[in-house]
Design a binder for this molecule. Structure first.
Ligand SMILES: [Zn+2]
Ligand SMILES: [Zn+2]
Length: 638
């Protein structure tokens, strides 16, 4: 008898010789796992499998098999409808799946996708059995060559193993490791989402493939929920909203990919965020520094970055000497620390810089502001003693909390990456360094009342770290803040301080970026608020609308008055109807509109509309500032 564990945790004992499929109720599982291997449910039960665990859609592996099977259904449908299509690959992805086809230069239209989806539904209705078959590699090559599938042949020719597996469903077969669901009827609700062009294996010398993306779920509700959420995410996409609101652009054809042009309104927002950061840091005992954008590349040789980071660096030569554009600010701050002998009285020394760095990332992984080649870190390096480390970390967590709350994020998720003592030799620093640092990080989090997860073995070789993720308005998690202890650079650069008794000791160094990068944070903020920035961040806080030309003089006076009081305001003259201008201002996501009509001319009041709240009616300027005065200011100036 072999123990079979069902997805809900119940178990049953199954006889050898039967298929897993035959001993469990249909509809309960999708695939199975035994001894760390994933199996089809058609696998015959035997003692040597050990305990068998049945997996359903709630498990990551179950989802992937579900989506992978749907991708095979997609490929089968395409082969039925487009005989000339050649198969590329069709894996499951983070959410859903794709399959690539070479259509000989043709592209799929929206109508094609609808036809394909229809055919996929037919294949599901046919409930075709999915069968795994193993064969020698040469046999498989012959099979796919005969079928006219050159890409499969290419893949097979690179496989080392002598035996490969293919999966058949009816007339369709594919080179595939599996596992797959028992039959096509297991897939319930499917949707093809989009089609894009991509080079075979991402290489531009190769033919262009049509990549069709899709999703599938076991219930209609899950599919609908997914589609609603997808639409919500699409609407918020900073790459759409940003240019729409004239905040930034990224004309990659002219300036290269991953580089950003900040338009006036975006630059305003950025400066508001940066000024806020600088004030807050100065008020919390940081010193502001600046460092150059380029330096001899030898600087990063000393820091050790050049060795394993070179591919990400922009390196060039001048006067026969190799220079590099900085990919990080650390070595500069270290040189500032090391510019003189430091006494314990000067510690902790906290150096803060809005440091713009450049890192070469492959164009394929770039993603708007979220992943760019040039970006500005809210970077600081803290030089402290081992004794003060925990207090410093508490201060950092405090600061981070304050910043995140100021920007409207309440929920943070925390992880500590620690070393794996079993791989001791891979780490820099002494045992005492590590245990002291790790307990400081944990101690600080406990003092602040945080729950945290420990990721053992996830630390870099040079020290443990805390990562903090925020959760946005639609529940997405974003990794932003990192507090990284470093035992390596203080030794490489010989960073010491003089203790009270006159002896010297190595300092402990913390790297930290709380927003991460201004660009990325800006993108996240834009998506979090769907472009409706809070009042203190909005590039234009107040729009003044004179009802007719007769009120334009008064509107000008009001603009001057508002500007003098620090309000970011502008005017739309009475060149179009009032309702048109109100609508236009709302599309521009301007938080407050002040309307001046004949009545307001007489009373000296303004009629106020607030985005998301509607008409507040007329109010005096004193009332206006009583109501909005604080909100108009950054949190630290209220
Ligand atoms: Zn496959
Ligand atoms: Zn650093």
């Amino acid at each position: 008898m072999v123990k079979v564990i069902m997805p809900d945790g119940t178990t049953l004992n199954a006889e050898e010789g039967k298929r897993i499929l035959d001993v469990i109720p249909r509809g309960i599982g999708l695939i199975a796992e035994a001894s760390g291997r994933l199996l089809d449910l058609s696998t015959v039960i035997s003692d040597d499998l050990g305990e068998i665990r049945v997996l359903d859609f709630n498990s990551r592996e179950g989802k992937e098999a579900y989506w992978h099977t749907t991708s095979h259904i997609l490929a089968q449908a395409v082969k039925r409808l487009f005989k000339e299509a050649k198969l590329g690959i069709g894996p499951p992805i983070e959410e859903g799946f794709y399959y690539e086809f070479d259509l000989g230069g043709k592209t799929f239209s929206q109508e094609d996708l609808e036809l394909i989806e229809e055919e996929m539904r037919r294949i599901v209705e046919e409930d075709i059995e999915i069968v795994r078959e193993e064969m020698r590699r040469e046999e498989a090559i012959a099979l796919f060559r005969e079928a006219g599938e050159p890409y499969k042949v290419e893949l097979l020719e690179e496989i080392e193993e002598p035996v490969v597996s293919i999966y058949r469903q009816g007339e369709f077969f594919d080179l595939c490791r599996g596992p797959h669901l028992p039959s096509t009827g297991y897939v319930k609700y499917m949707k093809l989402l989009q089609v894009s062009s991509s080079y075979w294996r991402g290489d531009e010398r190769n033919p262009v493939m049509q990549r069709v993306y899709g999703i599938s779920f076991p219930s209609k509700e899950m599919l609908e929920e997914f589609l609603v959420r997808r639409e919500e995410i699409r609407k918020r996409d900073h790459r759409v909203v940003g240019p729409q609101l004239d905040l930034f652009s990224m004309p990659s054809e002219i300036i290269g990919p991953g580089l950003i042009l900040w338009h006036p309104k975006g630059a305003r927002v950025r400066r508001i965020i940066e000024d806020f950061l600088v004030r807050v840091h100065l008020s919390r005992g940081y010193e502001l520094v600046y460092s150059p954008h380029i330096a001899y590349s030898t600087l990063w040789k000393i820091s050790g970055h050049l060795n394993y980071y070179r591919d990400f660096m922009y390196v060039f030569e001048k006067e026969g000497i190799e220079h590099a554009v900085k990919p990080m600010n650390c070595p500069f701050h270290i040189l500032i620390y090391n510019s003189k002998r430091r006494s314990y009285r000067e510690l902790p020394l906290r150096l803060f810089e809005l440091g713009t760095v450049y890192r070469f990332e492959k164009s394929g992984v770039l993603h708007g502001l979220l992943r760019a080649r040039g970006f500005t870190q809210d970077d600081a390096h803290i030089f402290t003693t081992r004794e003060d480390l925990e207090d410093e970390v508490v201060g950092l967590i405090d600061l981070n909390e304050y910043l995140m709350r100021s920007f409207g994020f309440e929920e943070l998720k925390v992880e500590i990456s620690t070393w794996d003592p079993r791989r001791r030799s891979e780490y820099m620093g002494s045992d005492e360094d590590w245990s002291a640092a790790q307990s400081s990080l944990e101690g600080a989090l406990r003092r602040k009342g945080y729950r945290y997860e420990i990721m053992e073995g996830e630390a870099a070789f040079y020290g443990p770290k805390i990562d903090m993720k925020l959760v946005d308005s639609i529940g997405r998690e974003w990794q932003l803040s990192t507090i990284q202890i470093d035992f390596n650079l203080p030794r490489r650069f010989d960073l010491k301080y003089v203790k009270a008794d006159g002896s010297e000791e190595h300092i402990v160094m913390i790297h930290r970026a709380l927003l991460g990068s201004i660009e990325r944070f800006f993108g996240i903020l834009l998506e979090h608020y769907a472009g409706n920035f809070p009042l203190w961040i909005a590039p234009i806080q107040l729009r003044i609308l004179p009802v007719s030309q007769a009120q334009e003089g008064r509107a000008e006076e009001l603009l001057a008055l508002m500007s003098a009081r620090g309000v970011r305001a502008d005017i739309r003259r009475a060149e179009s109807t009032l309702s048109y201008r109100i609508r236009e201002s709302e599309l521009e996501k301007i938080p407050i509109i002040a309307i001046i009509g004949e009545r307001e001319m007489k009373t000296g009041e303004i009629s106020v509309r607030v985005k998301g709240k509607g008409n507040l009616g007329s109010m005096s300027l004193e009332d206006f500032f009583r109501t909005f005065g604080k909100e108009l200011l950054p949190p630290d100036m209220r």
